[in-house]
Design a protein around this ligand. Sequence first.
Ligand code: SF4
Length: 433
Amino acid sequence: MSSVNTAIQLITREQAERKVPAASTCSPALARGPWDFDAAESRAGAPAYGPGASSADVAPASTPRQGQLPEEYKLASDAELDARIRAAKATLGDRAVVLGHFYQRDEVIEYADFVGDSFQLANAALTRPDAEAIIFCGVHFMAETADILSRPDQAVILPNLAAGCSMADMADIDSVTECWEQLEELYGTEPDADGRVPVIPVTYMNSSAALKGFCGDHGGIVCTSSNAATVLEWAFERGQRVLFFPDQHLGRNTAKAMGVPLEKMPMWNPRKDLGGNDEQTLQDSRVILWHGFCSVHKRFNVGQIDKARAENPGVQVIVHPECPMEVVDAADSAGSTDFIKKAIAAATEPATFAIGTEINMVNRLAAEYPQHTIFCLDPVICPCSTMYRIHPGYLAWVLEALVRGEVLNRITVDDEVAGPARVALERMLAARP
Ligand code: SF4
């Protein structure tokens, strides 16, 4: 039977070899088969994402359900799955392209034709116009973006439909629409003397297609962790303030670096009237931050940075801007996955790096740059537990189905959502620093 926890075992071994204090995972459930979650039911009866996604996280009712992975894929050995995936890929040739996110486990990444962040991958798919199928080994919102940007006749496939993103689910279209209605009632809709509307919606790439569409429909825009400052500048030129969702940390870290005072960045709690704020606070605001976060990046703390510095004199600490503000402030630098990769690639002399981002990416960088000492700030092994559900068994399943002419687990964004979402994405591409 295939080992479900190969990545976890490798990570543990590598950390032990480098004498990095580690030893435990953030959830023992990570060593179980991802297919266990296909059958899991939450207390409310809705499909559950399972431990590690976020506390008591439950997949939204609209989440597609794939049913159970056939037994043969659960029971297959690693070697058998490897042979079947390679054979299916060889048969499909240019008809299929496999994309692997930076945070994806190594046992899946080895079959990827492209590896990158979500937006790089969506664009990489465009460079393979012959591909009838785009197999996205990431999470649901990434596959949606690829579907929005790809041709209608190209099928975007998410090998395991349980691979969602807990952060993306923290802002749903109903809550954001309700928030917007309350803000319109408070601010009105008339522009000021400089022609700036009261508020511009900005959504992080890590959000549902419905929210990207909302931004397209309401004069708003999408951002990535690479271009968030450029996008906020774009928004401030057109609006008196910004409603930023779903990640409070990326919004706060970016706006703070641009000089926006913290007291002008109230948080919007969707469960409370006016998001839990009084009218004056919202009137005075420059960036209204949605109450969302990444369960992986939220784990990093200043104590880990202090410890890394005490134990590794000269260490460079680089963290992702989805980390809390005090962590970003304490680090030597902060930036997107691409920024982190480039910072390490640019180091000409052997150096020590403590990184605050997802563990699979950190360990891949450590393997790629053996001249450096590279380790994850978090001593507890905590991969993106939802992306982790793309086990090789699911990849073999969807690829072999394609060979038979069947498309499984296709992600399709309706035209009425895809149209405005594309507008918001195109505004992002046109925004220049
Ligand atoms: S690392 Fe965090 S934000 Fe990224 S896909 Fe996983 S849960 Fe979502």
